[in-house]
Design a protein around this ligand. Structure first.
Ligand code: GLP
Length: 243
């Protein structure tokens, strides 16, 4: 795993956006895996800026989001579909038919998860998967204990995850379940970009990058992936003993 540190959040976000922009420019039909949460917001803004000011063309790009809350409609401001529209989809020239987020309502969950896996496969697989990390080491919504071979499925969220995400969003309520790509799905991405910022993430980043590979810390499983870049701001990297 390549670990890169940046002096602050803006620098980390700019570097992450540059990496994505270069894949979009290089690949004939780029397929991106996308994440939500507060971490990638700066990266999405920077991608929108590169689109506006440098003409980065998203029209050949396909995207797959990691997860969606089970029970939230796409026009619910708490949904990840809504988040993606606001932060990226409406700001660049992505073809709506090529942007995919699992559907959290009006579907049979198992059928929806199978459909999602099929779509990823039919697209040729994910070239670059962006990941944040939860306070308990979750990636996507794969909570501690998740099967390393898991595929897209309905998952129950840890109470800590619901509480943290509710507090961050200033929300009264959030569902306790979600549809999430599995760890097996994520590990099939050709390249992974893991992002974390802020001192609050320092301990979980230390466990994920330097601790044992264990399903108790889902992000630690990334140590076994051959092509991971981890971008951190200084506070998130502070327990790593980097030169
Ligand atoms: C949610 C998402 C994860 C994300 C995590 C971290 O739980 N499902 O994909 O990585 O939040 O969020 P934040 O970036 O706000 O710390």
């Amino acid at each position: 795993m390549r670990v890169l540190t940046y002096s602050d959040y803006d620098e980390m976000s700019a570097a992450a956006a540059r990496m994505i922009a270069s894949r979009i420019a290089q690949l004939p039909e780029p397929v991106l895996g996308l994440a939500t949460g507060s971490t990638p917001i700066g990266m999405y803004s920077e991608l929108a800026r590169i689109h506006d000011e440098e003409g980065l063309d998203f029209s050949r790009t396909t995207t797959f989001n990691l997860d969606e809350y089970w029970g939230l409609a796409p026009d619910d401001p708490r949904s990840y579909k809504w988040f993606m529209k606001g932060h990226l989809f409406s700001r660049v020239n992505l073809d709506p038919a090529r942007t995919h987020v699992p559907r959290g309502v009006d579907v049979d969950p198992d059928a929806e998860c199978q459909r999602y896996e099929r779509l990823i496969e039919e697209s040729g697989g994910i070239d670059l998967q962006v990941l944040g990390i939860g306070m308990n080491g979750h990636i996507g919504f794969n909570e501690p204990g998740a099967d390393p071979n898991s595929r897209t499925r309905l998952v129950r969220l840890a109470q800590q995850t619901v509480d943290v995400n509710r507090a961050k969003g200033g929300l009264d309520s959030l569902p306790g379940y979600a549809l999430s790509m599995g760890i097996g799905t994520i590990m099939e991405a050709k390249e992974i970009l893991l992002l974390a910022n802020g001192e609050g993430k320092a301990e979980i980043i230390r466990r994920a990058l330097r601790g044992p590979v264990t399903r108790d810390v889902p992000a630690s499983l990334l140590q076994t992936h051959p092509n991971v870049v981890c971008m951190l701001d200084k506070p998130a990297a502070k327990l790593l003993d980097l030169p």
